[in-house]
Ligand binder design. Structure first.
Ligand code: NAP
Length: 534
């Protein structure tokens, strides 16, 4: 058995944007690396999330790799916010351009990995029985990669098609003439609903929590703007890396409290950024995500926009979110609220009257039956930990990840886990990933991991493992950062609150990318302080 086990230096789980860059980087260090991907294609998120309207919510000139100057100069985005098919083409282009395909095993699902203490190597195994031995194991399986499929009573009785935004069919879905139901009103639904509504005969949206959405103001990419950025792309990237979210240098946050200006000045600033679109509005003042009072002013501004957009007062009232804005990730939309003015679209509040059960022809909620032919679940993800916890992952002394993370995803710097030597996590819990332009987060993690491996080689060490003390202190640091913000004031996937029974722990680090990156750099400069090297 062990004889047919292939040995590699570094094994990567996933061939999305994280896995692709990790593979390229590992090869540039002369390591033998292999990426294993369950899907039949590279691209990760952008392979699976192909629902109508799917597009990135950070500008394409920012949401792209920076590690290769020729790549960033030569690639041309078509729109300000790239649509999913173009992002998938980009991932494929990167795989081809850097000759990565022969290092990627597609259609292969990693089932688990056990750490062999004597050999100090990971034994990795796939669903189909194949096995590998690897010195380093990198989890590039993505923070949002396990779709959340709520256990709705009677769903199996529903006779129509059931689709999930995060696991969308690869053949075209034609909604014309159909009665469609969408459950959920997060970022995915907010993008899909306007497009589905244009095709469907009837669309019923089942809303548990109303969403805040800022207009994307998407359009063709301005070629002059592109040329300006490309004239100093490296400088643009470097400036973005010093921004809180790793992007946004085009319109930096206003360094003033929302409470320090007059009502007119506040309105002017909100309006100006609303016109720019996207996440710009969250930077209108420096305390919108820190201070509940400031936050409430922005929340009311957006509610006013909703009231002004939605014609039916009852629907407009239902669409008014009441929670803190930005506490759940702000949605970025193209015509979401306007869609509720269409005669074929209906909004059903399932907050007060939750879905009781599905039937052969639809669902029952609040004692009423709603009939439809196609159900779209836009119910999100078991975020940040879902994918890792589905694996049979065992560290030293057979420690199971499910036991280790029983109370939440303990880790150090988001990169290492005590008890799991030589395992690195890309863009997972404990890092700023969810609050950062994720490609910036990925590149930072991959570069840090590569430097770390070089350090181990230079110092003749065979393993690195986070210490429990460092992990405990880091977990407290992550909690403390969250307590300084408004993020604990609502139920979000950041907190694990969207999944029944999931332990509540604030998972991403809300401390800003620059501070986090400095922290990681300091740890490295101090000889990987907080890690045990052997
Ligand atoms: P989400 O934000 O978690 O939204 C899920 C929606 O489903 C919420 O409205 C939620 O209601 C509802 N829901 C979940 N379980 C339910 C249940 N049992 N009954 C009724 N409703 C239920 O998921 P998402 O929209 O897929 O987005 C997740 C994240 O992916 C985003 O925050 C973003 O980071 C990323 N994303 C990005 C883009 C982009 O770049 N443009 C697009 C899509 C997604 P509650 O709010 O009440 O829980």
């Amino acid at each position: 058995m062990l004889a047919d086990m292939k040995s590699v230096d570094l094994l990567i789980v996933g061939a999305g944007f994280g896995g692709l860059y990790m593979l390229h980087k590992a090869r540039s260090l002369g390591l033998e690396a292999l990426a294993i991907e369950a899907a039949p294609s590279v691209g990760g998120t952008w392979y699976h999330n192909r629902y109508p309207g799917a597009r990135v919510d950070i500008q394409s000139m920012e949401y792209s790799y920076s590690f290769d100057e020729a790549l960033q100069q030569q690639w041309c985005w078509s729109e300000r916010y790239a649509p999913q098919p173009e992002l998938l083409r980009y991932a494929n282009h990167v795989a081809d351009r850097f000759g990565l395909r022969d290092g990627i095993l597609l259609n292969t699902r990693v089932r688990g990995a056990h750490f062999d203490e004597a050999a100090r190597r990971w034994q990795v195994f796939a669903d189909d029985g194949r096995r590998w031995s690897a010195r380093f194991l990198v989890m590039a399986s993505g923070p949002l990669s396990s779709p959340n499929r709520p256990d709705f009573p009677g769903l199996q009785d529903f006779k129509g098609a059931v689709l999930h935004t995060a696991d969308w069919p690869h053949e075209p879905v034609d909604f014309s003439g159909r009665r469609v139901a969408v459950v959920g009103t997060g970022s995915s639904a907010v993008q899909a609903i306007p497009i589905i509504a244009q095709q469907a005969r009837e669309l019923t949206v089942f809303q548990r929590t109303a969403a805040y959405a800022a207009p994307a103001r998407n359009g063709p990419l301005d070629r002059e703007f592109e040329a300006r950025i490309k004239a100093d792309y490296a400088g643009f990237r470097a400036r973005n890396r010093r921004m809180h979210g790793g992007f946004g240098t085009l319109l930096p946050p206003n360094p003033v409290s929302a409470l320090a200006v007059s009502a007119q000045e506040r309105e002017r600033s909100f309006e100006e950024r609303w016109r720019v679109g996207g996440f710009a509005i969250l930077g209108a003042f420096n305390d919108l995500l820190l201070n509940l009072e400031s936050n409430a002013l922005l929340a009311e501004f957006v509610r006013t926009k909703i009231r002004a957009t939605v014609e039916d007062p009852q629907t407009a009232a239902l669409l008014q979110p009441t929670h803190t804005i930005g506490c759940k990730r702000l949605c970025v939309d193209s015509g979401y609220y306007e869609t509720f003015n269409r005669p074929n679209v209906r909004l059903v509040n399932i907050n007060q009257a939750p879905i009781e059960r599905f039937t052969a022809t639809g669902l029952l909620s609040g004692g009423r039956s709603h009939d439809f032919d196609t159900l779209v679940l836009a119910t999100g993800f078991d975020a940040m930990t879902g994918t890792m916890l589905r694996l049979d992952l065992r560290g030293r002394a057979g420690l199971r990840i499910q036991d280790k993370w029983r109370a939440g995803p303990l880790n150090y710097l988001g990169l290492g886990i005590a008890g799991f030597p030589n395992l690195f996590n890309i863009a997972g819990p404990g890092s700023t990933s969810a609050f950062t332009n994720v490609i910036v987060a990925i590149e930072h993690h991959v570069d840090w991991i590569a430097d770390c491996i070089c350090h181990l080689q230079a110092h003749d060490k065979s393993s690195i493992e986070a210490s429990e003390a460092a992990e405990t202190a880091w977990t407290e640091y992550v909690n403390k950062a969250a307590r300084r913000t408004v993020f604990l004031s609502c139920n979000s996937w950041y907190l694990g609150a969207n999944i029944a029974g999931k332990p509540r722990m604030f998972m991403p680090l809300a401390d800003g990318f620059p501070r986090y990156a400095d922290h990681c750099a300091n740890v490295a400069h101090k000889g990987y302080e907080g890690f045990v090297l052997q």
